[in-house]
Design a protein around this ligand. Structure first.
Ligand SMILES: [Zn+2]
Length: 270
């Protein structure tokens, strides 16, 4: 749970046009500023300067979320003029300052997006990269992991019962950032039958194949752990990866591997 601090751009600024907006999309950016100290507060000061031309709704770093504009006003962040990006989307900048914790900032942004989706009734399919509107290589640190970034939004814990009504999973169509050549071609000997977290844990080559298949479509059991958590044990982290995969693919998100999950996985890694 992160605190959101409202510190709005003055109404007299030219980067606060004050056009009425009903937000239909959420647009994700990276600040592209790796300077030491280029955190969210630094961007508050920047965006409030009278001559700043651009504006957006939130800046997120590893500790703070600052809001610069009310959600019913548009900002100039999408680079598409008076198009949908600028006129109908909430702009979120994720900091990448060298002295910050980028992964934590990303987590905070996922939390914020999940919260905004719930409050504004915006579907996960309408959470888009800046690139969608203008072709700009933004968010530059997330485009190559866009699917897993969105999967993290789907499972972000906002304190509300997130699983009560799962967001209708729309397979992510925007794969423009992912080179076609990298599409996994390997075949995985996926186990048949049902696997869930048991005591002791189910283990073996079948579980390992499942973990490798999940990783191939960017649902790592434990990104950051040794071998991304691919260890042949069906533990809570593997169940979580299965759950994220199910959520994003329109399946019952229970973290239990079974025939439907197997079929879906197989269709994606072919
Ligand atoms: Zn951007």
């Amino acid at each position: 749970m992160v605190k959101i601090i409202k510190d709005f751009i003055p109404r007299s600024n030219r980067n606060r046009p004050g056009n009425y907006m009903k937000p239909l999309y959420i647009t994700v950016h990276n600040t592209a500023n790796t300077d030491q100290g280029a955190n969210a507060l630094r961007h508050v000061n920047y965006v409030k300067k009278p001559n700043t031309a651009t504006s957006w709704h939130f800046t997120v770093d590893e500790n703070w979320i600052y809001q610069h504009l009310p959600l019913n006003e548009n900002g100039w962040h999408a680079g598409d003029g008076r198009g949908t990006g600028n006129m109908k989307s909430i702009g979120i900048e994720i900091c990448e300052n060298a002295d910050g914790n980028f992964e934590k900032a990303v987590e905070n942004a996922q939390w914020l997006i999940r919260k905004l989706m719930t409050e504004q009734g915006i579907p996960l399919a309408n959470v888009v990269p800046h690139k969608r509107w203008s072709g700009k290589n933004c968010p530059r640190q997330l485009l190559n992991r866009w699917d897993s970034f969105k999967a993290g939004i789907a499972t972000a814990n906002t304190g509300k019962k997130a699983t009560a009504k799962p967001v209708k999973a729309t397979p992510v169509k925007n794969t423009s950032s992912k080179p076609k050549a990298s599409k996994p071609k390997k075949s995985f000997n996926l186990p048949s039958g049902i696997i869930k977290v048991t005591k002791p844990l189910t283990k073996g080559a079948g579980v390992k194949a499942l973990q490798e298949a999940l990783a191939a479509v960017y649902y790592y059991p434990d990104k950051g752990a040794k071998n991304n958590g691919i260890d042949g044990y069906y533990g809570p982290k593997t169940a979580n990866a299965v759950k994220r995969f199910q959520l994003m693919n329109g399946l019952t998100a229970d973290g239990i591997y079974g025939p439907k999950t197997r079929n879906k996985l197989q269709s994606l890694i072919k």
